[in-house]
Design a protein around this ligand. Structure first.
Ligand code: HEC
Ligand code: HEC
Ligand code: HEC
Ligand code: HEC
Ligand code: HEC
Length: 255
């Protein structure tokens, strides 16, 4: 049956029945279920809308995944990022080539929570005689003259609410290299590990494979001779390493 409604050519939005003096907008007409109202949207719109909903959901998932990944990324954790320092001090040079012991400069690493950065006096022990005129060392000499410490940019910076202690790790035979990487190969000092909670916990759950003899803690290239597992067991007992429960308890690091 042919419906009495006509599609208005003058106004594409209107649907009319002039003989009865009736005018409907196309959308209302469709809504009211009037027969044979032309499709406002092409039939392919149905498929299109489904596709776009799926696409929107997918991009939402991809986006949140990306945010999650970025949250753990070196960009956020500041891993492998060199700082601009007032003096271009190179560990590669001083440790790798000259073989200076970490503890010569980071004197408090074995006895206090902080490793500390050396005072200018320590640099001048050598640089009063070596490279005396070098412009690269001018900030060091200026600091020595004026007594104002060199303003080193911190490379590592744990959140305030985290408790960390160098001395306990060093005295239980955890080497610097476990947490700082190959400092002896760094011309610029950078953070080698993420320092995220998960990273700390990974080791605290099972520190055994990370233990070494105490006198090897600053050795960047130490390898166990003999049976590694046996040595690990032995050191684990010798150092009286606390239980996993204790080392992973929140109050160990958040106090
Ligand atoms: C000759 C002195 C000297 C020696 C030896 C030395 N360091 Fe350093 N270290 C410094 C100075 C100066 C800084 C600060 C400038 C910088 O970050 O490069 C520093 C910075 C660091 C930092 C980054 C500190 C921060 O800001 O978070 C780490 C980690 C570090 N040293 C580890 C080591 C280790 C491990 C060794 C031994 C393998 C070592 N250092 C040997 C002088 C020294
Ligand atoms: C044990 C001696 C010693 C100490 C301590 C020492 N240096 Fe040096 N430093 C050297 C020698 C040796 C050189 C290399 C000279 C050369 O290449 O001929 C050097 C080179 C440098 C250079 C030139 C750039 C480079 O690395 O080639 C800078 C900058 C420098 N030292 C900064 C420092 C600072 C800052 C400190 C203190 C945190 C310091 N040094 C402590 C021995 C020392
Ligand atoms: C168990 C992991 C771990 C070990 C082992 C370790 N460090 Fe660190 N180190 C850290 C963390 C984490 C920080 C950052 C601390 C902060 O921001 O409060 C840090 C910071 C530093 C700093 C910056 C100054 C400071 O005291 O915060 C220096 C220098 C340093 N370490 C040197 C060393 C040296 C040298 C050794 C070996 C004798 C060593 N570290 C062993 C994890 C470690
Ligand atoms: C490579 C292994 C390793 C990593 C990484 C590590 N730790 Fe530890 N941590 C140990 C060992 C081993 C002990 C000593 C356990 C014991 O005393 O029995 C320890 C002990 C501690 C203690 C106990 C100190 C005390 O006096 O009670 C604290 C706090 C601590 N770690 C914090 C941290 C934090 C924070 C991080 C991460 C930034 C971290 N640790 C990363 C191995 C590690
Ligand atoms: C071995 C040390 C360690 C232990 C044990 C530990 N945390 Fe953490 N926690 C950290 C470190 C390091 C950070 C800082 C991470 C950062 O800077 O992103 C942190 C951060 C956090 C944060 C801040 C959010 C975040 O992820 O950055 C919360 C909340 C937290 N810890 C809760 C806990 C609770 C609850 C427990 C016990 C189940 C616990 N932690 C045990 C080391 C530890």
């Amino acid at each position: 049956m042919r419906p009495p409604w006509h599609f208005s050519r003058e106004n594409a939005n209107l649907y009319t029945r002039p003989e009865a003096g009736l005018v409907r907008c196309i959308w209302c007409a469709r809504f009211e279920g009037i027969d044979n109202v032309p499709q406002i949207f092409h039939r392919s719109f149905n498929t299109l809308s489904k596709v776009s909903i799926v696409a929107a959901l997918t991009s939402l998932i991809v986006l949140s995944l990306a945010l999650y990944v970025v949250g753990w990324s070196p960009y956020v954790t500041q891993e492998k990022l060199a700082r601009v320092q007032p003096v271009q001090f190179s560990h590669a040079h001083h440790v790798g080539q000259l073989g200076i012991d970490c503890r010569y400069c980071h004197t408090s690493v074995e006895t206090t929570p902080f490793a500390g950065v050396p005072p200018t006096k320590v640099c001048m022990n050598c640089h009063q005689e070596i490279w005396v005129g070098a412009s690269a060392l001018e900030p060091v000499r200026a600091s020595y003259r004026t007594g104002a410490p060199i303003a080193w940019e911190r490379v590592h910076n744990l959140a305030q609410f985290v408790y960390f202690d160098h001395s306990i790790h060093v005295s239980k035979g955890v080497g610097c290299v476990e947490c700082h990487g190959r400092v002896d190969e760094m011309p610029f000092t950078y953070q080698d590990k993420p320092l995220l909670m998960g990273w700390c916990l990974d080791c605290h759950r099972n520190p055994k494979p990370h233990l070494r003899p105490r006198d090897e803690v600053v050795n960047m290239t130490w390898q166990p001779s003999g049976n590694r597992a046996e040595l690990a067991d032995e050191l684990y007992k010798q150092y009286h390493i606390r239980s996993t429960e204790e080392l992973t308890s929140c109050s160990t690091c958040h106090r």
